[in-house]
Design a protein around this ligand. Sequence first.
Ligand code: PNW
Length: 519
Amino acid sequence: MFRHRSSLVQVSWCVDLKFPPKFKFGAATASYQIEGGWNADGKGEHIWDRLIHTHPEKIQENATADVAADSYHKWREDVKIAKELGLQFYRFSISWTRILPDGFPKNINKAGAKYYSDLINALLAEGIEPIITMYHWELPVKIQDMGGWANPLIVDWFGDYARVLYSLYVDRVKTWLTVNEANVVCDCGYNAGIYAPLIKETEFAPYICNKNILLAHAKAYRIFEHEFRHRYYARISLANNLMWIEPYSPEDSELAELARNHAVGRYAYPFFSKNGGWPPSTEKVMLKYSRKQGYNESRLPAFTEEEKIFVKGTADFLGVNYYTTNMIRSAKPGEDPGIWFLTGAPELNGILEQPPNAYYGHSKILPIYPEGIRKQMAWLKEQYGDIDILITENGYSTSNYQLEDYDRADFYYKHLEQVLLSIKVDNVSVIGFAAWSLLDNFEWLAGYTSKFGLYEVDFEDPDRKRTPRASAHFYACVIKNRSLNDTCLNKKFIAGSLHYKRTNSADSAQNYRKSLMRL
Ligand code: PNW
């Protein structure tokens, strides 16, 4: 009877398949990817607006996010579909320049402030908890022109922005994420130079950016602590992109551990470790490599003791975006590790390989390996103890307007299965899970060619019609049922649920089952 459940079959005798009551189901989006309205009602320009308008060739099919899913106008519908899914929380981000057009707090844009206020109120009215991301990659151009994340003054500027957001919304918003995927900001923005601000500087900028983001996060946390906590309750963290790293062979175990500390630890150790500051193994490798290059000091900027204390303890939980796993092996003599974002390859002299039996959605840079999410969380617990983990993103890409996305339902089943094992077998405190994404959106360099939505958005339609995919029905069922038992897998559910256009329910049911049989 449990034949289709690869790993749960081993534990189904000792664990039940129910998610614990404190575990919350949600979905996530980001402002630039869904809102459109890029210059509506006084919004200022940010670095992705600038990238899109000055370098359209960088984006597939020269797509822009000037309209995107038009959530700036259609937010009521977004709330409706969030409700339809039964979400307990909705994670969305705020566009800095919609609130502060030039990035600075002297002038709060009323229309922008009202937009998010209305959204928050509508979510709360439906019993859906709003979770805010303050920064999902849209830096005001004025701040970029003064050095952006490489200028240490950004720590205070970000703090000032955070203070404005708390004063507007903290009466209603109890969970905050300061920065989405700081490693992507620093490594894709600088090291690889493929994301805004398109500055390719591989030696210093990614590490200066890394340190300044940690300090900016801490500043936002301390501002809440000193100025708001006496009146309001809130939990604050950040959403880190965590790629699980496996050793390619047993000889690569040490390298894999070094890579985990370098890629993941650089954004977690400063908050959760006993001593604070950088992971010691990263400090060591960076100093050694910098000296080898002819520098006197490490390119990794040091933390002062004061800064270490300032940053330590400023995450009330950890937000984890999990998509993928890679393996690492030592580079052979003469083999160039190249530059990868997220792991800093030259310093480690490692080569990334795809994991065994990996498969792919539309995105070929994200090998799928569901066990990675469980291994990643076990590693976090081993390193940092019993921290609460909120999975702030997990999702799967498809390439077309396909509503019968059984592969996406299958992806979610497999990842939720691993999350359940984390909770029940590894005793990791996973407090919730956000599907990326609520609806199709602008997928950065891939434009609209890579779709992550539970809901399809018709980008040809001026009205940007939203339609639930099979995965939306599946996820809604899991949320309602709060269990991975058979309820959401059986034929009755499928036949009863797949009533959208272009569906032949008999075929769908069969395909769906076939795809789930692979579990
Ligand atoms: C995330 N990786 O980025 C972002 O937070 C979203 O805005 C984005 O749409 C989503 O994932 C899907 O791509 C990632 O290389 C960037 O592992 C890089 C990776 C994963 C996610």
